[in-house]
Design a binder for this molecule. Structure first.
Ligand code: FAD
Length: 279
């Protein structure tokens, strides 16, 4: 819409198009068409999967509809916010079939004021979630073979989708390739285990080193960190028939996407979701 209104010679109701008008009109339009969901979730549990990955589980103040793989904008007011402010987008790692809302977060040693406040938040800390969005969601055609490729905390949308498939007993053919730098930070082995047993989901972990803590991972382990075309063709020999979902850092998503292109996978068979700010 911004592009359509931008030509400077455009003249509507006595007003000439200018960047300021165009941005105001486009924002009003975006506000009108975007889904109006706002919830005030109450924290009920934190789960530390590893040293830098934590889940936050909430009870929402009301039920609302969302699709597995969608995200929301989370507002956490806190003292002395740094220049990145009090809002962040986080994928809903929960499934719409669950009563609770869940987010899975990657933390850094010298992280933002937002993440520091999130890390230490208690049950009575106010937080709000709004601006539901995202089309990194399951395809309607449930016969498609799916390959999910997660880099680190990029696993969150796949936790949501797999939990949804388990709870609705939707037996789609799925292979999950889950790459993680530090095996101590692997998450969601409970849901991945349910998916392997109840749906026949294939899980392959690609790890820089063998995990010590999670001895019983619900899948095969490959000792190589990067998801390369060779690894994909070995683990998914029928890759030409599959729909690929890639989620993780920008670099990881681009590198896997380039790899798939070099294998001849069509653009419309690759869906991507990268988390800005996640290295
Ligand atoms: C649609 C969408 C979904 C997302 N889903 C998730 C999700 O499920 N889980 C998740 O963890 N993230 C997710 N993200 C990313 C998330 O929104 C944050 O952008 C990201 O986690 C970075 O957070 P942060 O800015 O608080 O920085 P931090 O994570 O605290 O730090 C990020 C990097 O910046 C450095 N840094 C920190 N503070 C500063 C500073 N003041 N100045 C300079 N450098 C600094 C850190 O050392 C680190 O290298 C998602 C993003 C989008 C857009």
């Amino acid at each position: 819409m911004t592009g359509l209104l931008f030509p400077p010679e455009l003249h509507i109701l006595g007003l000439y198009s200018s960047p300021e008008y165009v941005l105001v009109i486009s924002n009003i339009f975006a506000y009108i068409i975007s889904p109006r969901v706002k919830v005030l979730p109450r924290l009920i549990q934190k789960i530390a999967w590893g040293p830098t990955v934590k889940d936050f589980i909430f009870i929402p103040d009301r039920k609302f509809d969302y699709l597995p793989g969608q995200y929301m904008e989370w507002t956490l007011p806190h003292d002395r916010p740094d220049n990145r402010g009090v809002r962040r987008y986080f994928t809903l790692a929960s499934s719409p079939t669950e009563e609770t809302l869940r987010i899975g977060i990657k933390f850094y040693a010298r992280g933002s004021s937002f993440k520091q406040s999130l890390w230490s938040m208690g049950r009575s800390t106010p937080i709000a979630a709004a601006q539901l969005g995202g089309d990194f969601t399951l395809p309607e055609d449930n016969t498609r073979k799916l390959v999910f490729i997660a880099g680190g905390i990029g696993i969150t949308p796949f936790r949501s989708m797999l939990k949804y498939l388990v709870d609705t007993n939707d037996q789609r053919p799925v292979t999950l390739l889950y790459a993680e730098r530090d095996p101590a930070d692997l998450a969601y082995d409970d849901v991945l285990s349910e998916a392997t047993h109840r749906l026949g989901t294939r899980v392959v972990y690609t790890l820089a080193r063998r995990p010590s803590q999670h001895a019983d991972l619900p899948g095969a382990v490959r000792l190589q960190q990067r998801v390369t075309p060779q690894l994909i063709s070995e683990e998914v020999p029928d890759y030409e028939d599959c729909l690929f979902y890639i989620s993780g850092s920008h670099t990881m998503v681009e590198s896997v996407q380039d790899g798939l292109r070099s294998m001849g996978v069509q653009e419309h068979d690759i869906k991507t979701d990268f988390f800005p700010g996640y290295a």
